[in-house]
Design a protein around this ligand. Structure first.
Ligand SMILES: C[S@@+](CC[C@H](N)C(=O)[O-])C[C@H]1O[C@@H](n2cnc3c(N)ncnc32)[C@H](O)[C@@H]1O
Length: 510
């Protein structure tokens, strides 16, 4: 194998921010599971991302946490070059991007980190490189530190395994860039499916994967399917691999998956709960929900909190709405299951958040009539997080203006990111259209000026608008589209952006 150990190294990865990697999010997952998160007093902590790709998550988090220190590690020079460019454009001085393999990184003197995160890496590398990652945790994770590790998991990938096999084997026989070879592999798989190849007919996951392949960016398909190392892992295998680094499972960073009501039936939830070990509970859960991807949080010796300590620490955590209070929907959908939380306490929590981010303790005061006000506020906050209508955040500091100017100036370009930085310790995910509107705050006073500004940006960048995959043609249709989309953003999101400090507040008229 070459320097990349069979990793696809001729296709750049997408530039995406992942909200689960934010320290306030990881801390919340840990605290809700009764584990003490790292000490971040004064905003000071150290954070490392392994396999950081184009560095968007680390860059946005560095901008959102100016007193913390960030290190991104990746062995692809193009990823490190892109990451450094993003950090330079954001004027960041608290982040370094290092071109290192995991094996080389283990030999460096990097000091100890409070957080080590790796998204979309662990199941795409060889067992030897997985062992290097574990060694990295052993050497560089501070006692009490948290690890975020995501990976493709079984049983969910069992049905897709034959698709990966045929796509990657066909791609090996073709010439050209990995993106073209991946598409050739999928075309071949589609032909097999059309001719009713028995294996592909047998597994619903296989059919769906082949039929939706063309909806994904080709560089994602290359990275996902063509790596020589392709190892979905059962959760119990991962737990055992991490044990030598003294890592213990804490919770899922996909908060919905810690709430069994949202992932399985009551009967299965009871079976999961009665398992005697965490290993078995997680495995039975994965089999019950046919899990395909896990985002796990682990701790290295994080203190298990008493109920009282846990409540006190939770009460200090802040919550911020990401939509206007009037636009909140009181129902969560996850994996085809739905949970109604249209309760007086949920409404009271939303009302208490209307003025801006607030600590859970204050939200509990709004639920004073409940038998346990803090639990009622926590439950409401959790469902708001799960439904992407709120974020766990820190107390406000200063908004990272230069970073956000750099991010919004790329709005509607191919390389545009999907989040902006905040003064609250976390990035805030936004849609492409919202990113474009954030670049012209002066135009947001009325629907007409905002729609016109958006049209200008789209024209300047040569972008056309689509709805449900179809291009919007003609002046009338475009005007209707802009009125609708911009109107919804102005009503539902812009007020929340102001409270999040992403836009200046509207001053009351004198
Ligand atoms: C699928 S990408 C995920 C990138 C990023 N974390 C994200 O989710 O957008 C995996 C990344 O890990 C890097 N990588 C894979 N094996 C590596 C190794 N042995 N040492 C360092 N980086 C590695 C790749 O270059 C790639 O950027």
């Amino acid at each position: 194998m070459n320097w990349s150990d069979g990793y696809v190294s001729d296709a750049e990865y997408t530039s995406h921010y992942y909200a689960e990697l934010a320290p306030p999010h990881l801390d919340f997952a840990a605290l809700a599971a009764g584990v003490m998160p790292p000490d971040r007093s004064g905003g000071r902590f150290r954070y490392c991302e392994l396999g950081c790709g184009n560095g968007m998550s680390t860059t946005i988090l560095a901008a959102s946490n100016p007193d913390a220190e960030f290190v991104g590690i990746d062995f692809m020079p193009v990823h490190i070059a892109n990451s450094r460019k993003a950090a330079r454009r954001g004027g960041l001085t608290n982040v370094q991007f290092r071109e290192l393999s995991f094996a080389d990184a283990c030999r460096e003197d990097l000091g100890q980190f409070d957080y080590i995160v790796a998204h979309g890496v662990y199941s795409w590398i060889t067992p030897e490189n997985r062992a290097e990652m574990v060694d990295f945790y052993r050497k560089f994770l501070a006692p009490g530190g948290l690890v975020y590790l995501s990976y493709n998991t079984y049983p969910g990938w069992l049905g897709i395994s034959p698709v990966q096999k045929i796509v990657s084997e066909i791609a090996r026989t073709r010439h050209g860039r990995s993106t073209e070879r991946a598409l050739a592999g999928f075309d071949f798989a589609a032909r097999l499916l059309k001719s009713k190849a028995a294996t592909l007919e047998l597994y619903p996951g296989a059919r769906q994967q082949i039929e939706t392949a063309r909806n994904w960016p080709a560089n994602y398909l290359a990275q996902e399917y063509l790596n020589e190392a392709w190892y979905p892992l059962y959760v119990t295998e991962v737990m055992r691999e991490l044990a030598p680094a003294k890592l213990e499972y804490v919770a899922s960073a996909t908060l919905a998956e810690n709430d069994l009501r949202l992932v399985v039936s009551d009967e299965l939830a009871a079976t999961i709960r009665e398992q005697p070990t965490e290993e078995l509970r997680q495995l039975v859960k994965d089999i019950s929900m046919n899990a395909r991807f896990r985002r796990d949080v682990y701790t290295r010796g994080g203190r298990r909190l008493s109920g009282l300590d846990q409540r006190q620490l939770l009460a200090e955590r802040h919550v911020a709405l990401t939509r206007a209070p009037e636009a909140i929907t009181y129902r969560v959908e996850h994996l085809g299951r739905s949970l109604n939380f249209d309760t007086p306490h949920a409404h009271a929590v939303v009302e208490a958040l209307a003025g801006g981010p607030a600590p859970l303790g204050r939200l509990a005061a709004a639920c004073a009539g409940a038998p346990d006000p803090l639990s009622a506020a926590l439950e409401a906050a959790q469902v708001l997080f799960i439904s992407n209508q709120a974020l766990p955040v820190d107390e406000p500091r200063l908004t990272p203006a230069q970073m956000n100017e750099a991010l919004t100036s790329a709005a509607l370009e191919d390389s545009a990111c999907n989040a902006v930085a905040s003064a609250l310790g976390t990035g805030v995910p936004v849609t492409p259209l919202e990113m474009a509107l954030l670049s012209v705050p002066g135009s947001l006073g009325s629907l007409e000026t905002a729609a016109e500004a958006l049209r200008d940006i789209a024209n300047r960048k040569g972008r056309v608008f689509h709805r449900a995959g179809k291009r919007i043609e003609g002046e009338e249709a475009l005007a209707a589209f802009l009125t609708e989309e911009v109107g919804a953003t102005l009503r539902n999101r812009v007020p929340a952006f102001r409270k999040l400090g992403l836009l200046p507040p509207v001053l009351p008229e004198a």
